[in-house]
Ligand binder design. Structure first.
Ligand SMILES: Nc1ncnc2c1ncn2[C@@H]1O[C@H](COP(=O)(O)OP(=O)(O)OP(=O)(O)O)[C@@H](O)[C@H]1O
Length: 543
């Protein structure tokens, strides 16, 4: 005779019972099955025992025993539900909610997993692909380490003093007794996975303009966001190698100094001011920082009419491990001061708000200001302690050029044209962005590099022309900006070329019209149209 134990032992080499049960788990919830059978089981026990019960035990005692028995059973089988709300107690975005949302999307999209009976499919604005989401009240099952977890999404609309308020939340149900495992392993895992993906956030105009949907990618408490796919890294960034090293070490040190910041009572944040002409890589550097630190980027444009409360809410809803970017602060400062308010905000004031808010509820944060004109900034902003590190992004040097050439053309080591490029770069200012454009042109390595040399030579000729003009103006004692004049002459040259072209065209079409007059007429029309459009912008209601 075989015992069951022996039977299972002899079948074990052929079947993995643990895996079998795990693979059946999405379809059967064994615990739930037992739970639902428990009353029948209990009834059976009572019926079997009843003759004995009736004879020997008073009914009060037997009822008590049955209820005790049920309570004992329920200890094993009762379900627990965790509620994860869209907004926390501070009425700001709940990161666990966002993480769960992202997790359920991947879960439902996963082709190997059984799909719920109802789910949502959306494709908004600039989204590249449709996004699958959980439908309201629909159950989605997830299996984690053999545990069966049930998710439900709720979207409850209610009226609060005439205002429509929406409460969105997820419910996660699982068997009692597994709370620690679910909270510590499963949910933490979901949040960690969500946080490890770098995201870029911009202000959600619709959120502040009556909720009209814009071309958003994802929405989150006043921000729209997308997965940050900018592939930029420090290795690809052309900048002074020493400065790059200092910057990377500074970031590393900042991350490792939580205890020190806490000890000295300082907000754990670091401010970077990136300055330099357009196209020298300020935005690229921010991308490299985000990818290096795995921090989210929050782009904030202060050029909008923000109230202080908006600003406070916006800043409160940024997450830890994030970079808040305020670009072109020289322009923001001007706009801020133009605001017809009694008390226009200043950038220093903004930094104070940030310090206050982040010191109370924030951890590792980075704030980056960028400007093309450091000289135009409020000196208060440049004071030590305001912006911890100032990074100058400069025009292209030969080292930067070689790095770009390696990245774009895969040149290993030296090239015969580098010497010529080096000599030219010593003489003229060219941005890495301009060089990158040239390196992207089609052709083999030599053709492209020769193209770069020609481009640089052309720039050198222009520079000489401007210098000559400056000399001329100086000797003639005329107070005119030589660069502006050179641009003006260039524009005139272009216009003349256009006139000649128009003349050719009119000639070939055999129309007897004065080409110069026609060009002037069209230009005048263009100006009038632009003015009309501007007037419409200022007063959109005017027909
Ligand atoms: N230092 C650099 N290293 C590598 N590539 C660069 C660098 N600077 C610019 N580029 C190239 O030029 C493009 C534009 O540069 P980027 O937007 O980073 O400049 P920026 O200084 O932020 O300009 P702006 O002030 O106009 O915003 C980048 O996408 C990148 O391809």
């Amino acid at each position: 005779m075989f015992t069951f134990r022996e039977m299972f032992a002899s079948l074990a080499p052929f079947f993995n019972f643990r895996e079998m049960f795990a693979s059946l788990a999405p379809f059967f919830n064994f615990r739930e099955m037992f739970t639902s059978l428990a009353p029948f089981f209990t009834a059976a026990v009572v019926i079997v025992l009843s003759p004995f019960v009736k004879e020997h035990i008073p009914s009060a005692v037997s009822n008590y025993l049955v209820s005790m028995y049920e309570q004992w059973l329920s200890r094993f089988f009762t379900r627990v539900t965790v509620v994860i709300e869209e907004k926390g107690d501070l009425n700001i975005s709940n990161q666990v909610y966002e993480a769960v949302r992202a997790h359920l999307r991947t879960l439902i999209s996963n082709s190997t997993k059984p799909k719920p009976k109802r789910f949502k499919v959306n494709k908004e604005g600039r989204q590249n692909e449709s996004i699958i989401g959980i439908a309201e009240n629909e159950e989605v099952i997830d299996i984690f380490d053999g545990i069966r977890l049930s998710w439900k999404f709720h979207d409850v609309r209610r009226d609060v003093y005439g205002q429509n308020v929406t409460d969105r939340y997820f419910e996660l149900s699982f068997d009692k007794g597994l709370e620690n495992k679910v909270l510590e392993s499963y949910l933490n895992d979901i949040v960690a996975r969500y946080e490890s993906v770098v995201k870029i956030y911009s202000r959600d105009e619709a959120y502040y303009n009556g909720g009209i949907a814009s071309t958003s990618v994802e929405r989150d408490a006043g921000w729209i966001y997308a997965i940050f796919k900018h592939p930029f890294t420090f290795e690809k960034l052309a900048m002074d190698p020493k400065q790059k090293e200092i910057l990377i070490n500074d970031l590393k040190r900042f991350l490792g100094r939580k205890d020190l910041y806490e000890y000295v009572g300082k907000t754990w944040k670091r401010g970077y001011l990136l300055y330099g002409p357009p196209g020298t890589g300020k935005s690229s550097l921010i991308a490299a920082m985000a990818n290096y630190l795995k921090f989210n980027i929050y782009e904030l444009s202060l050029s909008h009419q923000l109230t202080d409360e908006d600003l406070r809410n916006i800043l409160l809803s940024t997450t830890n491990r994030s970079i808040l970017v305020i670009e072109d602060i020289d322009c923001c400062a001007e706009l801020a001061n133009q605001r017809k308010k009694k008390d226009p905000f200043t950038l220093s004031g903004l930094l104070n708000i940030i310090d206050g808010l982040w010191s109370s509820c924030g951890e590792e944060r980075i704030i980056v200001f960028t400007t093309n004109h450091k000289d135009k900034l409020d000196p208060a902003l440049l004071r030590p302690g305001r912006m911890d590190v100032h990074v100058h992004m400069s025009y292209c040097t030969i080292d930067g050029f070689k790095l770009l050439a390696t990245n774009y053309l895969k040149i290993e080591g030296d090239h015969q044209l580098y010497r010529q490029v080096e000599d030219l770069l010593k003489n003229i200012n060219v941005t890495p962005a301009e060089i990158a454009e040239e390196l992207l042109k089609s052709g083999g390595t030599d053709v492209v590099l020769r193209g770069v040399v020609e481009f640089l030579e052309q720039r050198e000729r222009e520079k000489t022309k401007v210098a000559d003009l400056k000399e001329l103006l100086k000797s003639a004692d005329i107070d005119v900006d030589a660069e502006g004049l050179a641009k003006f002459l260039e524009q005139k040259k272009l216009e003349k070329a256009k006139t000649t072209e128009a003349e050719q065209l009119l000639k070939s079409a055999d129309i007897d019209v004065d080409a110069e007059g026609l060009v002037k007429f069209l230009k005048q029309k263009k100006i009038e149209n632009a003015k009309a459009a501007e007037a419409k912008c200022i007063n959109p209601n005017e027909s």
